[in-house]
Structures are given as C-alpha cells and as structure tokens.
Design a protein around this ligand. Structure first.
Ligand code: FAD
Length: 369
C-alpha cells in the first residue's frame, strides 16, 4: 500500500488534516501511540454517560465557519459553561460577575461592585501589575483574589502567584452583569453522544487507515523514508531528540469514580479554590448532557509537575520555554516534508476551535498552493 501522508497523532489536528486530505483523494495512514483515537477530546461511555477522559471539554467559538464545520460531525446541545467555585464550603458563581460580588459583599448594583474593587485596589497600592498576584488584585480586589484565585492558580501551576506572569490572568473574564456564562463566544455546546464520534467520522474514509498503539519513535527513520509527507502532532522537542533541552509542561492526574447516586454536585464543573484541597476541580460528566441516569460519574483533577513519560497537557509558555521552542521551530522549518501541528507540535495551548482553525489553515497551505 502506498500512502501520500503519514499523520502522527489521531487527535483533532491530525484527524482534521486526514479528513481533508482524503476528501482530496489522498491516501493517509494515521498512527497513534494510545489505544484509542481522538487524543485529548476522547470521550467514553460509562453507565450511559459520556465521560470526558482527559478533562472537561466544552466547545466554544465566535467563528461561524468553524462552528458549521464541527457541526457536520455531531449535533451540539445547548450546554453553557457556568462553573462554580467551592471555597471551604462557600459557593460562588464563576466567572467573576455580579452574582459573585453580591455573595461576597452584599453589593447589588454594578457601580457598588466597581467601588468595592476600586477601594481594595487602592488599598493594595498597585500601579503597574508585575505578576499574577498583582494583576488579579488590580482586576478584582483582594477578597476575590484570596478566596477564588490564589489557591486554585498556585495548585494549577505549581508556582507561587507572585512568580507567575501577569498575562495568565488577563484572560479571566470579569463581568458587571448577572451572567454566569463562562465564555463570551457566540457559539457553545457539547456534542450529543460525546466527542469520539466526531473523530470517528473524520477518519471513516476508505482512503484512511488507522493504526493504534503505534509509537512514531519505534521506527522514526523508517517512517520518514517510507512516507513522502508527514504531519506530526507529537512533542516537537522529542522529534529532535531533545537536543537543545526539554520543553516544560504541566500535567494532570485524573481520578474517576462511578457513584451509586443520581446527582453528586448539581453542576458539571466545580472548582476547589482553597490551597488545602489537593485537586483543582471535580467534573460530574452527566451534567454536560443534562443526564438523568440513576448513577453518576465524577472525575477529580489533580495538577502535577510534568516528567518524561507523563501526558504533557499544558505548555508552559514563559520566556524560557518559548525561546527553546523557537530553536526547535527553526530546525522544523528545515524539514520540507514534515508538517508540525497541534498543541504539542506547535507548543501552544490551543482550544478545540483553534486547533480546527490551525489544521484548516495547514490544509489550505498544503493543497491550495
Ligand atoms: P492531542 O489531542 O493531544 O492529540 C495528539 C495525539 O498525538 C495524541 O492522541 C497522542 O497520543 C498522539 N501522539 C503523540 N506523540 C505520538 C507518537 N510519538 N506516536 C504516535 N502518536 C503520538 N479545548 C476547548 O476548546 N474547550 C475545553 O473546554 C478544553 N478543555 C481542556 C481541558 C484539558 C484538561 C486539556 C488538557 C485540554 C482542553 N482543551 C479544551 C484543549 C483540547 O484538548 C485541544 O485543543 C485538542 O485536544 C488538541 O488537539 P491536538 O490534536 O493538537 O492534540
């Protein structure tokens, strides 16, 4: 069998590429070292509930083209991400909005909330935020920082908030309306029946062969020789044998249990924002699809320092790592027949809509030129 492409990684990036290549009559071999397709968006049915095996995945985008694109492969429900925070038994709405401010301070109007934040900001004397702690206090004041940001963020990143860059928190929405919708995007939802079906459909062409439990590095040279073009969505530093050093990631440990009760926490996502609870959040999967099953499945998410062999979930995009990535990127640019893509190949935190956008841009470059 002769193929036009080898795609390394059956995640979203690799699968969009394979689907589009097959649509254009190309033969594609897809390999993945895991025993399932779909990478980190993989969902598996347990007790009739679609379980997000690699953490909560909520699809959201402002881009109508990408929304229409993904809707070809599944029907999406009306799920709106409205996580709540549990701080030592006190419950607060997220993202920070008038409901949060009302619960914390008893304020009712947006002006009262702004005045309260301003009062706390002034008392902290922060002119130009130099780190995450200062940035957070200047956005939402000390009370919210202490109860809802500090413990959670330090657990998530394994570093003190004063040692983290300010930009991380710039992405947190703060709203002076009573709106608990976490995202600002126009389109949002969960695929009815889970995410795996999306990738299954993408890879269903007769022109695509999928091989699971196949690690690219078990015969890298052979693969590179055999296939005219390779799309690689694994770790870029590993591709080059870590020759300049190892890129850093944050990893996660997931602990999933089936509970013999109908409803455990009343919400899909609950963040534990104190420093003492070792996990950052608990996901109750049935609520993504408004499930009424007699049992429930929950997953506790524990942040973890990444070591070789762990799953690399979040790239640590600080100056040091970005500079190292650039060195690898320069090497990658010298390989005309290998396309690097996806969150590991580009060392970039991509949401699903961004991965689809990046894969479609790669497809355009590959086939339209
Ligand atoms: P991956 O899904 O990681 O796919 C890469 C594949 O390559 C993997 O299957 C891997 O096994 C395979 N591979 C790697 N190396 C090799 C090798 N050497 N040989 C063979 N195969 C290899 N996005 C959202 O839009 N909304 C969310 O709510 C959301 N929540 C998230 C929560 C968590 C905890 C995480 C980690 C991510 C979340 N994301 C979310 C992001 C989303 O998971 C990614 O955008 C998407 O999965 C990236 O697709 P990818 O193909 O780039 O990478």
């Amino acid at each position: 069998m002769t193929y036009d492409y080898l795609v390394v990684g059956a995640g979203l990036f690799g699968s969009v590429f394979a689907y589009e290549a097959a649509k254009r009559g190309k033969r594609v071999k897809v390999i993945d070292k895991r025993n399932h397709i779909a990478g980190n968006i993989y969902t598996k049915e347990i007790e009739g509930i679609q379980v997000h095996k690699y953490g909560a995945h909520i699809f959201h985008t402002n881009n109508k083209k990408i929304w229409d694109y993904v809707n070809q492969f599944a029907e999406f429900n009306r799920f709106t991400n409205s996580p709540i925070a549990n701080y030592k038994g006190e419950i607060y709405n997220l993202p920070f909005n008038m409901n949060t401010f009302n619960k914390l301070w008893g304020v009712v109007t947006p002006q009262e909330a702004k005045d309260k934040i301003e009062e706390q900001r002034k008392a902290a004397h922060i002119e130009k935020p130099a780190n995450l702690e200062e940035q957070a206090i200047s956005l939402v004041g000390t009370d919210i920082y202490e109860k809802l940001i500090k413990g959670y963020t330090e657990k998530q990143w394994g570093r003190k908030a004063t040692e983290l860059p300010a930009f991380i928190i710039k992405r947190l929405p703060v709203r002076f309306t009573y709106d608990n919708n976490y995202f600002n995007d126009k389109y949002q939802g969960i695929p009815v029946g889970g995410y795996t079906q999306i990738v299954e459909k993408m890879l269903s062409s007769e022109l695509i062969d999928v091989e699971l439990k196949a690690n690219f590095f078990s015969k890298k040279d052979e693969y590179l020789e055999q296939f005219p073009r390779v799309v690689y969505t694994g770790m870029i530093d590993q591709f080059f044998d870590y020759q300049f050093g190892t890129l850093e990631y944050r990893s996660l440990k997931f602990e999933t249990s089936v509970l013999d009760r109908e409803n455990y926490q009343g919400n899909a996502v609950v963040n534990y924002t104190d420093a003492e609870t070792p996990y950052t959040r608990i996901i109750e999967h049935k609520h993504f699809e408004f499930g009424m099953q007699p049992k429930t499945v929950i997953t506790k998410e524990y942040p973890k320092t990444w070591e070789k062999g762990d799953e690399p979930y979040y790239p640590m995009n600080d100056e040091k790592n970005n500079a190292l990535f650039k060195q690898y990127r320069d090497l990658a640019d010298k390989l005309p027949n290998v396309i690097f893509g996806g969150r590991l190949g580009m060392y970039k935190y991509y949401d699903m809509h961004q991965v689809i956008g990046a894969a479609l841009a790669t497809v355009n470059k590959e086939f339209e030129n």
